[in-house]
Design a protein around this ligand. Structure first.
Ligand SMILES: *[C@@H]1O[C@H](CO)[C@@H](O)[C@H](O)[C@H]1NC(C)=O
Length: 487
């Protein structure tokens, strides 16, 4: 295949993901990007505590807000356009990252196959999630990494790595071992690399990001430093749930890799046995193990944190499967291909189209209601904090409220966040909070399994919409979402 054909193929796959992925993955996709960009561009939008403290880089929201501004200038700031254009941009970057992956793998057909079928990358590659950006930039940097001796003087990838680390400070975790490997293989003197490359590139990038962040934040702020302070010193991450140390091994990695975990384990054993032949693979394995180790030590764990490891794993598996395929029987090759394809398509489609779609679907009727009554509509989301997107999906400045879950930043005694306070005794909470300034919300958005407990207040309302959310309801997340309207 010609390079341009491969690139077009990747663009088509990522654009397909923009259309097919219609479900919620994690709240950060909206609250840490679109919502902030909406606030920057249109002056209304909700800023979570991370943005009040200034612990997140503004680079991604600024880019999106710039696009929003252009759309507004062209009178194209329709809500759907505002939702889809940032996703299309991320999809195009992901497609370019796929192309870089293909080049990095030596332009092998198996590389095209593994990256375009990877279910997790299909699921998140077109989301406006910082981890999608992080993974795309990691792949681009890896493809420019001086893997062969001829390109040792190439340090362009260090600029990408430095940018990545100021945008997403945790990227340091997987780039630390790779930078050590870079020092080892270049054969240059350590001091010379540090003083001629690492320090100048790091200082310039940090200065540029500080200028950008301070401009957007409105006061001088070094977001990566604030991020470290909040996460290491105050441990706010643990506020959002903890998992046992082995979670990445038993759940995290298997879920992110999907069926690819089988060839990965087999190939890892093979690499360890013939470790003198596969120096680069060994380095990537070392990076994967180191990253998993560090993340396993942190109590707050999420699937998306280890997303940047996915392309490294796929690089290892695709090169070994390609080598194996030269000798294998055609029937066996077809069989392996079919298994990998099926093993990825099933979770990709189910999770993109069905699981957790209600919290996005509910925003469309709400937007129509808000458009009709921009001054009187008043939404109350009685759901766990950040369950749905907010103003970025409404694009109308209506009154809306959700239950918050801010960490205890002031170290108050017996602190309990609003959502927990509500769930402890929903009716009592509602009695204390409503009517508010003499009015009740015009619409209450609530899961079916909670609605049955709210007969006091809901007796004044009638359900107007029932929206499917998931086949796997949990304590605070029901199968359906209801919109109740004040009668
Ligand atoms: C949005 O609405 C709030 C509350 O009604 C108001 O204070 C704010 O100025 C509005 N913002 C814009 C940009 O219209």
């Amino acid at each position: 295949m010609k390079n341009i054909d491969v690139f077009v193929l990747f663009v088509l796959i990522r654009l397909l993901s923009v259309v097919i992925v219609q479900t919620c993955f994690v709240p950060d996709e909206y609250w840490q990007s679109l919502e902030v960009a909406h606030k920057l561009a249109f002056n209304y939008g909700y800023l979570t505590w991370e943005w009040v403290l200034g612990i997140r880089s503004y680079v991604q929201p600024l880019i999106i807000s710039f696009v929003y501004k252009i759309l507004q200038f062209c009178y194209a700031d329709n809500a759907l356009v505002l939702i889809y254009v940032p996703r299309i941009l991320q999809a195009l970057l992901s497609a370019y990252a796929d192309y870089c992956f293909y080049k990095w793998c030596g332009a092998k057909k198996w590389a095209i196959f593994t990256i375009s079928t990877a279910w997790m990358w299909f699921y998140v590659g077109s989301r406006t999630l910082i981890n999608s950006l992080e993974t795309a930039l990691t792949v681009i940097a890896l493809s420019k990494f001086p893997w062969n001796t001829k390109s040792f003087n190439e340090s362009n990838f260090l600029w990408i790595v430095a940018t990545l680390c100021v945008i997403r400070p945790t990227a340091v975790i997987h780039w630390f071992p790779l930078c050590i490997y870079y020092i080892v293989i270049t054969g240059e003197k350590l001091l010379s690399i540090v003083f001629r490359k690492f320090i100048p590139i790091g200082v310039v990038t940090l200065a540029a990001s500080t200028i950008v962040d301070s401009y957007a934040h409105g006061s001088i702020v070094v977001t990566s430093y604030e991020f470290l302070k909040a996460n290491v010193l105050n441990n706010v991450g643990e506020w959002y749930g903890t998992h046992p140390w082995y979670w990445y091994l038993t759940s995290g990695l298997p879920a992110v890799l999907g069926i690819q975990i089988i060839p990965f384990v087999v190939i890892t054993l093979h690499i360890l046995k013939h470790r003198h032949e596969y120096q680069h693979d060994l380095a990537l394995l070392g990076c994967i193990v180191f990253t998993l180790f560090v993340y396993s030590c942190l109590k707050h764990k999420e699937f998306r944190f280890i997303l940047p490891l996915l392309p490294m794993v796929l690089k290892i598996t695709s090169s070994h499967i390609a080598r194996w395929s030269y000798k294998a029987a055609p029937l066996t090759i077809w069989f392996v291909t079919a298994i990998i394809l099926l093993g990825n398509i099933v979770p990709a489609l189910y999770l993109s189209l069905i699981h957790q779609r209600g919290t996005l679907d509910v925003m469309h009727p709400l937007r129509l209601i808000a458009e009709k009554n921009p001054h009187s509509a008043n939404f109350l989301f009685l759901m766990p904090c950040h369950s749905t997107p907010f103003y970025s999906y409404l694009h109308i400045n209506v009154t809306a409220r959700f239950l918050t879950c801010e960490p205890n930043l002031q170290n108050k005694k017996n602190y309990i966040y609003e959502a927990d306070d509500f769930y402890n005794n929903p009716n009592l909470w509602l009695k204390h909070n409503y009517p508010r300034n003499g009015t009740f919300p015009t619409h209450i958005i609530v899961y079916d399994n909670l609605a049955v407990y709210l007969s006091n207040i809901l007796s004044m309302y009638k359900p107007i919409k029932k929206i499917f959310h998931t086949h796997f309801p949990r304590e605070r997340k029901g199968k359906y979402i209801y919109i109740y309207q004040l009668a």
